[in-house]
Design a protein around this ligand. Sequence first.
Ligand code: C5P
Length: 232
Amino acid sequence: MGKDVIVACDFSSKQAVMDFLDKFTEEKPYVKIGMELFYAEGPSIVKEIKARGHKIFLDLKLCDIPNTVKKAMSVLSGLDVDMTNLHASGTIEMMQAALEGLTRPDGTRPLLIAVTQLTSTSEERMREQLLIDKPLDEVVMHYASNAEKAGLDGVVCSPLEAGKVHDRCGKSFVTVTPGVRFADGDIGDQVRVTTPEKAKELGSDYIVVGRPITAAEDPVAAYRRCVAEFVD
Ligand code: C5P
């Protein structure tokens, strides 16, 4: 698995994201497009960024009945993204349906990864609101196993969980990890953070980095620093 840095382009307009990407004249970073930008600009923003030569992780976190997710994934596969995702809580049946929908007539498909438990969900909220009594990390590992059983390619998780996920689901099961900060940077609203270098050591396959790059005075330099620490 080739390691890569994915830049979370959490912008609310095409203008803002294009102004940001224009700064990159030498490299073409892997771009994450989330709900904010996708809902603001629609599928055309995916096609336009792809046409500029970037790989794309479309982070829409689908969760619905299997048939609906299958049909939605079939539409998304036409956008020619490289990676997309869903919620593992939608069940193994939903994940299998998603894979079917995502697979193109020629047998190719984007990578499909699962969100286990959102990092905003604490163990207390899980117990009190969702009536799940198990420890959070056990739930995360169980959902990762379900994703693997369904045939998915990997999960979104904390770099701190990447090693455990690989132990449980295999080396080639992809770990995509947000919550990355430079040792000398602001952590913002993230809680359990690691540096790009530490994420590499812990076995993450892809790091997702937003504000440390998008809000940096020199985003290209910040991106290069991530690549130097994580990939090189
Ligand atoms: O700006 P920052 O580096 O915190 O951005 C991290 C990105 O990863 C955001 O787009 C956020 O929505 C996403 N993400 C996350 N934690 C998760 C899943 C996704 O931070 N568990």
